[in-house]
Design a protein around this ligand. Sequence first.
Ligand SMILES: N[C@@H](CCC(=O)N[C@@H](CS)C(=O)NCC(=O)O)C(=O)O
Length: 207
Amino acid sequence: MSLVFYTNPLSRGRIVRWMLEETGAPYETRFVRYGEEMNSPDFAAINPMRKVPALVHNGRVVTECGAICLYLADVFPEAGLAPPLADRASYYRWMMFAAGPWEQANINAALGVQVTPEQSRMAGYGTFERALDVLLSLVPDTGYMLGGKFSALDVYAGSHIDWAIQFGSIPATPKIATYLDRIQSRPAARRALELDEAAAAEYGPPA
Ligand SMILES: N[C@@H](CCC(=O)N[C@@H](CS)C(=O)NCC(=O)O)C(=O)O
């Protein structure tokens, strides 16, 4: 079994690192520096978008954080990170919501892109406010986004919520902070953070 993780420690790759640590599977990390290395023909052959993260599993490439999380949950079922097949409606629904509408809403807000009411009909996320309301409706008072069991949705959508707080897009209410603490205090989440923090100075973005 070969599992190679291409990432930069200061990137969305942190989501995938956490997910990899949750699976417990052994993997090799190859750090990719921003700029020349990420735009090199070698890396473009893996991800023509020239972005991290990317995963190569037994020669097969998976890119896009959300897709990688779904993929890892399926490839390592013993880790119990995906609900049973018959019970995946909310799982798929909210993974895709976080990867599509929410991500676009958040990035546009961060870039200062405002959509008019007419344009919001065409924008997949409608308005930032509505997308945010929906995202935050996933935060549970107790347990996890899908109920009593932690899943890849907590890794992925939980990371989006954490990043939105860090970027100043949303406030950290006590309920959100309690939920984030619940998921981020997991041993796998802590290990993942330590690994990326340790590599950040050497491989982080150029000054
Ligand atoms: N939609 C992609 C986004 C990946 C992405 O934008 N990665 C950034 C780092 S967080 C990147 O590699 N940027 C380098 C560049 O564009 O030069 C995903 O979810 O994986």
